[in-house]
Design a protein around this ligand. Structure first.
Ligand SMILES: [Zn+2]
Length: 191
């Protein structure tokens, strides 16, 4: 799956969780988005791999694409790293949790591809296909493009229907500022 489809499909899952838990912020969205593209750091030609050349080259040489970064062991390593960052630095727990959510969603999404995912690396090289071999897509195919477009449509619907609080999302109280402006104008005219 391409980075853009990982980004949009992961947000489709994450946005309702953010809305329900009142944690819908730009930081949360970016954390899920980064987590959702991060596992492909083992592929130098992927979106994240291009931006981390050197690291992505080494990871690709040592583990191969869809190796340890796409496994339960990989999730465990990421979880430990994030937990340490939260424990030892000022790193926000909610941002770390949404990064991990994005990371896990990426692997689940990849597991629906034709070739599936080797969840149990390094214990087993067995590939698991989540769609039981019936529901699947090939990376970059027309089916994936449909998934991408479909997820954008769903995102638009979600943004329209969710209790989308622009003030808490951007940190800017637009409505409040507007009310202030109207009140000031009213008192100015009244004078
Ligand atoms: Zn991947």
């Amino acid at each position: 799956m391409q980075y853009r489809t990982h980004f949009t499909t992961s947000l489709v899952v994450a946005l309702p969780i953010m809305a329900a838990t009142d944690t819908l912020t730009i930081g949360s969205v970016l954390a899920v988005g980064l987590g959702a593209v991060f596992p492909d750091i083992d592929e130098p030609h992927s979106w994240i791999g291009c931006r981390t050349r050197g690291i992505s080259d080494v990871l690709n040489k040592v583990f191969g694409h869809r190796g340890i970064t796409h496994s339960l062991a990989g999730i465990f390593v990421v979880f430990l790293t994030v937990a340490l960052m939260i424990g030892l630095t000022d790193f926000k727990a909610i941002i770390g949790l949404y990064f991990i959510l994005g990371y896990i969603l990426h692997i689940v999404e990849d597991s629906f591809s034709k070739s599936g995912v080797k969840w149990l690396i390094p214990l087993s090289e067995h590939s698991f296909q989540s769609g039981m071999g019936v529901v699947w897509y090939r990376t970059g195919s027309i089916v994936e493009n449909f998934i991408f477009l479909g997820s954008i449509l769903i995102l638009i619907l979600q943004i329209k229907t969710l209790d989308f609080n622009i003030a808490s999302f951007t940190g800017i109280n637009l409505t409040g500022n507007l009310e202030n402006l109207i009140n000031q104008t009213k008192s100015f005219i009244g004078r």
